[in-house]
Design a binder for this molecule. Structure first.
Ligand SMILES: [Zn+2]
Length: 337
């Protein structure tokens, strides 16, 4: 554990390399009425490590004659690397689980959680032969739910949170007032935790220091994501961002500007390709190929996530239009009035 700000401790959970199980940051806001922000993985080993680290914070506080009591745990959003540890942590520490209504709905049981991955987003943009969405869901249901969720993440579901939080609310933590506000885009139930007095934001997965946040179907929405980042940009007195992965962000304004300009550049890139092909139109699949001409099929599968969502946003803004020809979707620039 590491004290990243007076009274705020960062505990790192190890992951495996790659995007499937990234290393995770858990934060302890220590004091007389403290909380844990994000629950991380739920495997025995990981939770044991977390508890050991929390005990170290407790000892430190006792040595300094400061009161240490954790009362609650909240999560930024219900992706498996953020909520899986909830049950085990609650049982071990005897603390309360606070969830928003949206989060509670997603993780109340396995069916709801798997259902949160069901979407027609890909189907609406990519006419893939054997209904790939259905196939992905089936894989998740069969192999995925057993192997990934239970064994790799240690997922357990919660149907009895002690309290349901409003998405827009204030909570008292160690006698300080913190604001909770919705920040969807990366996930529909994503929330942020902010103290204007301290200038500290817990950003979950929305703002990461050195990597781009995953944006792709089923649960993401780029227009929502940009809105959320712009809301964060306007926070008065923002000084420090504590993210769910990677190091603290000490220059939040610069990082936010970088993220927004990256998204703008990506949007322009897709739009330009559609303009360049305005005579015959271009399919989403060919847009992926145009942006990543040299990359492998696997990378194309990964990259099409943000491309499909960018197309969805451009359609939403009426900047492009679609035509369906022989079961193929082609995009054209929207006519100007
Ligand atoms: Zn996430």
């Amino acid at each position: 554990m590491k004290e990243v700000y007076p009274g705020i401790f960062l505990i790192k959970e190890k992951g495996t390399s790659g995007a499937i199980k990234p290393p995770e940051n858990i934060y302890v806001l220590a004091g007389s009425d403290g909380i844990i922000f994000d629950a991380g993985y739920g495997t025995k080993k990981v939770v044991k490590h977390l508890i050991t680290e929390i005990k170290k914070v407790e000892e430190l506080y006792k040595k300094q004659n400061k009161e240490f009591k954790l009362t609650r745990i909240i999560v930024s959003h219900c992706h498996p690397d953020h909520f899986s540890g909830l049950k085990r942590i609650r049982e071990t520490l005897g603390i309360k689980v606070y969830l928003t209504k949206k989060s509670a709905e997603i993780i109340k049981d396995k069916q709801s959680f798997i259902k949160s991955f069901e979407t027609d987003a890909y189907k609406d943009y990519l006419r893939v032969r054997k209904n790939i969405t259905r196939r992905i869901i089936n894989v998740l249901r069969n192999v995925g739910s057993k192997l990934f969720y239970q064994r790799i993440y240690g997922v357990s579901y919660i149907d009895d949170p002690e309290d349901i939080l409003d998405e827009n609310t204030e909570i008292s933590i160690n006698e300080d007032i913190w604001k909770i506000f919705p920040s969807p885009g990366h996930a529909i139930d994503h929330i942020s935790l902010y103290s204007e007095e301290k200038g500290i934001l817990f950003s979950g997965d929305n703002i990461l220091r050195s990597i781009t946040t995953w944006l792709g179907p089923p649960n993401c929405d780029i227009a929502d994501y940009i809105n959320s980042i712009e809301t964060i940009q306007k926070l008065p007195n923002l000084k420090l961002i504590l993210a769910a992965h990677g190091s603290p962000i000490e220059h939040p304004k610069e990082r936010i500007a970088e993220i927004l300009s990256h998204r703008k550049a990506r949007e322009r890139q897709v739009l330009n390709i559609i303009y360049d092909n305005s005579d015959n139109g271009i399919s989403p699949k060919d847009i992926v190929k145009a942006i990543y001409p040299k990359d492998s099929r696997f990378l194309h599968q990964v990259a099409r996530g943000w491309i499909v969502l960018t197309l969805k946003m451009l359609e939403g803004k009426n900047l492009i239009k679609r035509q369906e020809k022989k079961k193929k979707i082609l995009f054209f620039p929207a006519e100007k009035d």
